[in-house]
Design a protein around this ligand. Structure first.
Ligand SMILES: [Zn+2]
Length: 307
């Protein structure tokens, strides 16, 4: 029995993130690119109404409505919740064609290059992240495991969910270099999963650098909720670079520098992400940690046949 039987590649969970939308369309037109001998590959444009409208979402963020409660809502009013239920019926762990791996393709306006996002530290996920990092030294791996966020992202519908976040690219814009680098990483991921199924030795054990979530930083605002400062020019585009105590963080509308007041260096990501203004997140702080990755051996209790 193969460890991985079905992989779902998703684009358009946010309808204005075109890299994923057009990559999925390309894979649908050229299915041989993503087919592999040892598993079934499916593709999906998830938030179709938002893609058609060219917006992030229509009623609510589709990447925040795949939690148990939303999925159990009898007659959801929001388009995205209804769509999440439909996708769960197909690709969820108890669906008609369950996905072992969901790879959800996103883009960001922040300078995050190629970033793989993990929501937990399951040995399978760490092993995949380490193998891809060994092949793609430019790949960064960000872990939201400490964020306290519930499992409400679309990728959480699968047995193993991954998010690929690429940038910088503006919303509603396709950028060729990033498009092709993302495509190459998706194909490498599929190749890796195919080798894993065939028990071909992959890469040697490899130390993995995980950028672990520490917290978010809001924008400085006045009592009426209006922005009082912007990301400081010296910090703009400096994702994954160390920010030391006293370094410039924001520049106020009147020209004063607001420094980072923490006690230890941090490594901000999602700096000035356009979609996070509505969430009042100016950046997400992380700290890198080197970990040794063990080879994943699937316990019988976790195998799909036993569910
Ligand atoms: Zn997104």
């Amino acid at each position: 029995m193969n460890k991985i039987q079905r992989v779902l590649i998703v684009g358009g969970t946010h309808g204005n993130e075109l890299t994923g939308v057009y990559l999925v369309q390309r894979f649908e037109q050229q299915p041989h690119l993503v087919q592999r001998p040892s598993f079934d590959t499916r593709t999906l444009l998830s938030n179709q109404a938002a893609i058609a409208a060219g917006v992030r979402y229509v009623d609510q963020d589709m990447n925040r409505c795949c939690d148990r409660q939303s999925l159990a809502t009898p007659t959801p009013a929001a388009y995205e919740v209804a769509r999440a239920q439909e996708i769960s019926r197909h690709f969820g762990t108890t669906g008609s064609t369950p996905a072992d791996v969901i790879l959800d393709l996103h883009s960001t306006t922040a300078n995050m290059g190629l970033t793989l996002i993990l929501d937990d530290h399951h040995p399978f996920k760490l092993q995949l992240a380490a193998a891809l990092s060994a092949q793609q030294p430019a790949l960064r791996v960000y872990s939201s495991a400490n964020s306290g966020r519930q499992q409400d992202a679309l990728r959480s519908l699968g047995r193993f969910g991954f998010c690929l976040e690429v940038g910088p690219v503006a919303q509603g814009v396709l950028e060729a270099d990033l498009f092709h680098r993302t495509e190459a990483l998706v194909l490498q991921t599929l190749d890796y999963l195919d080798r894993l199924n065939q028990d071909t030795p992959t890469t040697a054990p490899h130390p993995l650098t995980l950028y672990q979530y520490l917290g978010t930083v809001p924008y400085p605002k006045d009592s009426k909720g209006r922005l009082q400062a912007m990301i400081h020019p010296q910090l703009q585009g400096q994702d994954y670079q160390p920010l030391h105590p006293g370094d410039p963080m924001f520049l106020s509308l009147t020209g004063e520098t607001i420094a980072y007041a923490g006690e230890d260096p941090v490594f901000p990501v999602f700096i000035n992400e356009a979609a996070y203004y509505e969430k009042d997140i100016a950046m997400v702080l992380t700290r890198p940690q080197q970990i040794e990755v063990e080879t994943w051996v699937e316990p019988e209790s976790e195998a799909r046949t036993c569910r």
